[in-house]
Unconditional design. Structure first.
Ligand SMILES: C[S@@+](CC[C@H](N)C(=O)[O-])C[C@H]1O[C@@H](n2cnc3c(N)ncnc32)[C@H](O)[C@@H]1O
Length: 237
């Protein structure tokens, strides 16, 4: 059961104990975190679903009520809840954590929820099918490998949008992941698979969960990490 009395310090401890470089161990950690996931992320001022969905909505030209959305690494269903506010109604979710999928099921928003450890297992989604493919908070070292972005692109309909939001955590693996990701995004553009619609950057993606509570207390803007929302349109051919 979710712990309604959780504090910022509890949230920091949870984030700081979630650092295995192995994706399978990471999703096992999410299995144990599922019930407190949203509370802990709110305590850390996590704004990624809101930022991603607003950037998407600024560029989405279809009828949201008819759009089919693939929410990759859907977690507890936070992204679908934000999209619902903007009129989207049809969601399929994928995640590697069974317990996170159970939380997502409780929202009642998903027509289908699929369990898959991405990078190890293929994306369980038909190609050329979705009006929107969205992934928030999972493109990072030890989470969803860079190569999966090609699968996201293939799952989108020709002309569909792919929206990817990530935070810029510190450390060598995170820096290397960002370089590899941006190289792959560029390569896919050169191959004619998609074209960039716009990148939105923010100074306040969330509070840096890896700062100690003591340090965070004395900091203002520096206690937030930056983040980016990448939006691409799948090519029509
Ligand atoms: C920070 S949460 C983001 C959840 C949701 N998108 C949100 O913004 O609230 C990261 C999610 O990615 C999932 N995840 C991490 N690595 C994964 C992988 N390799 N395959 C599938 N899911 C993965 C975790 O289980 C977790 O639910």
């Amino acid at each position: 059961m979710a712990d309604s009395c959780r504090s910022v310090d509890d949230a920091r401890v949870a984030f700081q104990s979630c650092k295995s470089p192995d994706a399978k161990e990471r999703v096992q950690f999410y299995d144990s975190w599922a019930e407190n996931y949203e509370k802990d992320h709110s305590l850390m001022s996590y704004r990624a679903p809101d930022l991603a969905v607003n950037h998407l909505s600024d560029h989405f030209t279809g009828n949201p009520e008819q759009a089919l959305v693939l929410d990759v690494a859907c977690g507890s269903g936070w992204v679908a809840k934000e999209m619902l506010e903007l009129g989207f109604r049809h969601f399929v979710g994928v995640d590697g954590s069974k317990s996170m999928l159970e939380q997502a099921a409780k929202t009642g928003l998903y027509q289908d929820l699929r369990l898959a450890l991405l990078g190890t297992q293929p994306l369980p989604a038909q190609t050329d099918t979705f009006d929107v493919v969205i992934i928030v908070g999972a493109l990072d070292a030890g989470f969803v490998p860079v190569g999966v972005v090609r699968e996201l692109c293939h799952a989108a309909k020709p002309g569909g949008l792919v929206c990817m939001a990530r935070g810029e955590h510190s450390g060598t693996p995170a820096n290397q992941y960002k370089k590899d990701l941006e190289r792959e995004l560029q390569l896919m553009e050169e191959e004619g698979l998609w074209s960039p619609v716009g990148i939105k950057q923010t100074d306040r993606y969330m509070e840096d969960p890896h700062l100690s509570a003591e340090r965070a207390k004395d900091m203002q803007e520096e206690r937030y990490i930056r983040g980016s929302v990448y939006l691409y349109k799948r090519s029509i051919h």
